[in-house]
Write a protein that binds this ligand. Structure first.
Ligand SMILES: Cc1cc2nc3c(=O)[nH]c(=O)nc-3n(C[C@H](O)[C@H](O)[C@H](O)COP(=O)(O)O)c2cc1C
Length: 305
């Protein structure tokens, strides 16, 4: 029996560890460091209908225990992603979760329709939570009716399961999670970055050209744990947890909050080998904590609610 294996809609994961969207590009750079077929899955960078250059620089700033970014969904657009980026990942034995963003509902549905036809795309991650774009992105993720409408429309055309990526930049995440589930989402992923800002003392201006950016890394883990726990108690669809995961203990904490798989974002920038290290380290820590398998742990956490 594979103790790390997890079954999710559309995804038979050999282990629960996957790089989070935007922190792994389209995989090619990391494939030089290790065999990326070891990963449970890969959440690739957001895809939009047209290519996007992203926001002006500077668009990254360090913070204690994390970073701020305002990349602004830079990507080569759906055509190049379909013709180059996704085919380049076909030689690896790893399911791809395609992160999709748009300005309008039609943008989202067009990209989802196209991208779900790529043979290695096994699920869509609907990015309704990017804090760094003025149009689309977060506006879809902060209103429960808009989020539900988008989810419903995408579900009509996508031929792979749809995971909706929730924003933590809301007063109460629970009603949004519930509406998205009711609209047909197959799963949730959470959390995206928390809106933040830094100011340069010499220029007295915000460090990021976009002024604000998304905070990620260890600083946001407690927020992620709180939100995953709150949401897992009211929905029946699986959650892919993310936000500040750096260690095997962080992975297991996400499970105990109610996650069924775990994505690793900012940690990839600190240590490009972090994902294979987590996969290797999990069984020993599970032994120490008396966890027989992750599938069993998911069940136990569910029953304890
Ligand atoms: C540089 C950078 C780029 C990101 N780009 C995307 C993106 O394209 N789509 C998306 O849904 N999330 C994006 N995210 C958010 C991450 O996928 C993740 O939800 C967030 O960083 C929290 O996880 P972490 O603390 O492990 O980084 C990005 C994050 C960073 C740091």
């Amino acid at each position: 029996m594979n103790r790390l294996a997890v079954e999710l809609p559309g995804l038979s994961l050999k282990n629960p560890i996957m790089p989070a969207s935007g922190c792994f590009g389209f995989g090619a750079e990391y494939a030089k460091f290790y065999d990326i077929s070891q990963l449970g899955a890969i959440m690739v960078k957001a895809a939009t209908l047209e290519p996007r250059d992203g926001n002006p620089t500077p668009r990254v700033a360090e913070t204690p225990s994390g970073m701020l970014n305002a990349i602004g969904l830079q990507n080569p657009g759906i055509e190049e992603i379909m013709s180059d980026k996704l085919p380049a990942l076909e030689r690896f034995d790893v399911p791809i979760i395609a992160n999709v963003a748009g300005y309008t509902i039609d943008d989202y549905t067009s990209v989802c329709e196209r991208i779900s036809q790529a043979p290695n795309v096994k699920a869509i991650e609907l990015n309704i939570s990017c804090p760094n774009v003025k149009q689309g992105g977060i506006t879809f993720g902060t209103d429960k009716d808009v989020a539900a409408d988008l989810t419903y429309r995408v579900k009509q055309i996508a031929n792979v399961p749809v995971y909706v990526k929730l924003s933590p930049n809301v007063t109460d995440i629970v009603p949004i999670a519930k509406e998205v589930e009711a609209a047909g989402a197959d799963g949730l992923s959470m959390i995206n970055t928390l809106l933040g800002m830094r100011i340069d003392l010499k220029t007295r201006q915000p460090i990021l050209a976009n002024q604000t950016g998304g905070l990620s890394g260890p600083a946001i883990k407690p927020v992620a744990i709180r939100m995953i726990k709150q949401v897992s108690e009211v929905v029946n669809i699986p959650i892919i947890g993310m936000g500040g995961v750096y260690t095997v203990d962080d992975v297991l904490e996400m499970y105990m909050a109610g996650a069924s798989a775990v994505a690793v974002g900012t940690a990839n920038f600190t240590d490009p080998l972090i994902c294979p290290k987590l996969i290797e380290g999990l069984p020993q820590r599970m032994d120490e904590l008396g966890i027989e398998s992750l599938a069993k742990l998911i069940q136990e956490v569910k029953e304890a609610r």
